[in-house]
Design a protein around this ligand. Sequence first.
Ligand SMILES: Cc1cc2nc3c(=O)[nH]c(=O)nc-3n(C[C@H](O)[C@H](O)[C@H](O)COP(=O)(O)OP(=O)(O)OC[C@H]3O[C@@H](n4cnc5c(N)ncnc54)[C@H](O)[C@@H]3O)c2cc1C
Length: 415
Amino acid sequence: MRYVIIGASAAGINGAENLRRLDKESEIVLISEDDKVYSRCILHHYISSKRNVEELNFVDPDFFEKNKINWIKGKKVVSLSDEKKEITLSNGEIVKFDKVLIASGSSPFIPPIENLRGKKNVVGLKSLSDCEKIMELAKTSKNILVIGAGLIGIDAVVGLLHFKNNDLKINLVEMSDRLLPLQLDKRASIAYEKKLQENKVELILNSKVLKANLSEEDSDKIKSILLEGDIEIQTDLIVVATGIRPNVDFLKDSNIEVDKLGLVLNEKGETNIKDIYGAGDVSGRGPIWSKAVKESIIATSNMAGVQRVMDDFFVCKSTMNFFNIPTLSLGNMNECLNNAELKVDILEDDNGNYKKIMHKNGYIYGAIIQGDLSYSGILTQLIKADIDISKVKKPIFSIDYSDFFRIKKDLEFEF
Ligand SMILES: Cc1cc2nc3c(=O)[nH]c(=O)nc-3n(C[C@H](O)[C@H](O)[C@H](O)COP(=O)(O)OP(=O)(O)OC[C@H]3O[C@@H](n4cnc5c(N)ncnc54)[C@H](O)[C@@H]3O)c2cc1C
């Protein structure tokens, strides 16, 4: 049996490790465009030079050797034939497979704004090479504009603060009324807005980018960005963090189903074609690290003949710790805040601790905890154990573990 895995990130690496754990003998080949293993979640530490490439690595130095994985690195998959069960690489090499895991993730989406795409001072943030480009351009920039204040946009700003010593000006533009609109409400956003302002980052909320103006000397370069309200921002570097798109181009001549979000998978991680599986950002649904890892373990277990399905997973779950303010967010905040049917419980104090739960018929649709995160364990258990919070007799934020654990017959605690 030859397993092939496409991708060397959260899904690919964890999937490969799980396959080897379950199947000691079969051949495992991992192919990736990346020639290094690194965590995307801490790329801002690379931009700020707090970590080097080795410190972004999340596997042991002997990972591939120890797990007997043949890593074809720095090679791009250009097509996959489900009928011939073979993959073609950019150098023309053909790799045959019996079963394949597609864990090719996603790439930054550059919106179709006039003059923005393909210009040399426009960068997305997804890979080490993106970081290197950002770092190189930031060295000589006087003005930088980050478009999009989601997790990746804020990561970019936090990384770029390191360059502030050369009187660099950083602008952050966001079309919503707050930072991290998928994760936070305005109250939680303000905590980070204040920190950005303290660090002299110019925040432009409720504003859309209309067009990019090109430099007179070099038409491949942008000199300024025009925002709604006739606001023009001079800029030497534009970091675009306006979403991602799945890496599925190499599937276009196959029979594998891809919809408008990405690769279509069932709860076992199977595609519509036998022996072809997928996991992670490539599905375009809930692009977070922990979900990519979990999906890869489910998919590769099924590849190895161990039946498993995705269960009890709260798709939109993010934790962040910008400026040492920890926050946990559950659910899609944009949807929750626009749902008038949800009941809201809030607890806050003057020390920056904030808790908010949005629920309906006892089911939690969304929650934010900022500051003291000790309640997040209880919250996770409330969700996991399917506790109907409408039946809880005391104030929701006073619940502790003793309220809902019981002792099983074998005297083990169960929540
Ligand atoms: C700056 C940043 C910060 C983030 N912060 C967080 C965070 O704090 N918390 C969180 O949960 N998530 C965070 N994420 C999201 C998280 O990193 C992703 O959800 C996760 O990396 C998805 O893993 P993946 O394996 O599905 O795909 P990816 O990480 O996208 O990796 C895809 C892999 O496939 C390879 N590949 C792609 N196309 C091809 C091809 N054609 N041929 C061969 N190889 C190919 C790539 O080289 C790569 O190895 C962040 C992402 C970014 C960019």
